[in-house]
Every structure is written in C-alpha cells, then in structure tokens.
Design a protein around this ligand. Sequence first.
Ligand SMILES: O=c1ccn([C@@H]2O[C@H](COP(=O)(O)O)[C@@H](O)[C@H]2O)c(=O)[nH]1
Length: 236
Amino acid sequence: MQPADIATRDRLIVALDLPGVTEAEAMIARLGDSVRFYKIGYQLAYAGGLPLTQQLAKSGKKVFVDLKLHDISNTVARGVESVAKLGATFLTVHAYPQTMKAAVEARAGSGLKILAVTVLTSYDDGDLHAAGYRLNVSDLVEARAQQAQVLGVDGLVSSPEEAAVLRKIVGHQMRLVTPGIRPAGAATGDQKRIMTPARAIAAGADYLVVGRPITEAADPKAAADAIQAEIKQALA
Ligand SMILES: O=c1ccn([C@@H]2O[C@H](COP(=O)(O)O)[C@@H](O)[C@H]2O)c(=O)[nH]1
C-alpha cells in the first residue's frame, strides 16, 4: 500500500478549542489560507459549534469532529449517522471493539472516516495504571491499533511517539492522526506524550493536530505558518 496522498497544507489540523462560534469564526478568519483543516471538539461543539462543520465544509475547508464517542452500539451508530450528515471528514470514537464496530458499520456509504483514539496523549503509564489497566501505554496503543485495523477503522489517533511503530503495524492502510504536537519551546500544558511538528512527520504521522500553540499565540497566523513550513521541510 502506498503512502497517503495528502496535500501538504491539509496535514495541519487546528483544534478550535474556543468558547463559542463567534470566537471560532474570528480565529478562522485570522488564519485565512494558512489553515484548511479544523477540529471541533467538546468546548465548541457544546457551545453550539457543530453547525460550523457544514459551514466550513461548504467553504472548502475540512472538518474533524472530535467527540470521542463511546456508548452502547446503537447509540454510537445513530450518532455516527448524524455526524455523517454534517459533511465532516473525520469523527473520533474511543478504541473499544463494540464502539469501533458500530461506528464503522454506521459510516458505510458516507464520506466520513472513523478515527479510533488509542490512548489519550495526556496519559503516561502511571495514568493508565491508576485507571486500572495492566498494560503500559505502548502495549495498549499497539493492541488497540491491531483491533482497529481488523474492524476496518479508517485511522488512529495516538501520540507521535507511537507513530513509527504504528506505521509498521498498520502500513499505509490507516491514517495516523497525532495530537500532542509542540513546536520547540512551546508550553506542554497537560500533554505528556509530545513531539515537535518536524519529528512527528518524520516518525510517520499523516496529520498533526495543534490547538493552543496556535490559538493562544500572539499571532496565530504566524504560528500556523511556522508549523506549515516545518511540515513542508520535514516532507522534502
Ligand atoms: O489523545 C488525544 C486526543 C485528542 N486530543 C485533542 O487534540 C487537541 C490538542 O490540543 P493542544 O492545545 O494542542 O494540546 C485537543 O483538542 C484535544 O482534545 C489530544 O490532545 N489528545
């Protein structure tokens, strides 16, 4: 299987973790042509931001709806059907077999791709053990990736720290989408498994998800342009 044919500019996904639609629209306007792919997560979705998906899709942008679904199969399936109607490109579910199976079946025939969240990038081994898991992060990420692949999931969300190993496991069949991106010198915040944009691309990530290093920058467009340049250089 060949590497994914992804336009370089689409590899940066900006997380619109902002309090409302007004703030999100202002950020999108500031970023202009620098960003073509946006992520809508809890904060914006719960503040009335989901209809932005359709608006952005109509204006030629791509949208990743990051709701990390996890519920009984019927509820997951009906939720996936609703998100598919919004014109989103990606939707996340947690990487539990029942959930992934329901989501993959429900997205059939739509343009929506399902991404399975392996282990959150804010978790380290200690956090997993505290949550009752016996596996460490890398073992659980790999086990979930294998299950996701068997179930026909379209892509994986992991830290870029796992990207190289995941690429070996799933080849180029699945998209690797990596949050936990921090340009050199950027504040880590609550992220524990991080990499710079250049290192993440070199490790095999297809898409980099970046929130605060762009949205909280004094000049978000300059911050996005710098990351786009780093991605371009890493791919050269
Ligand atoms: O494992 C995960 C899954 C999702 N995310 C989301 O990505 C962004 C990262 O934002 P930063 O401000 O760049 O830390 C955020 O929306 C998370 O919900 C993740 O970080 N890790």
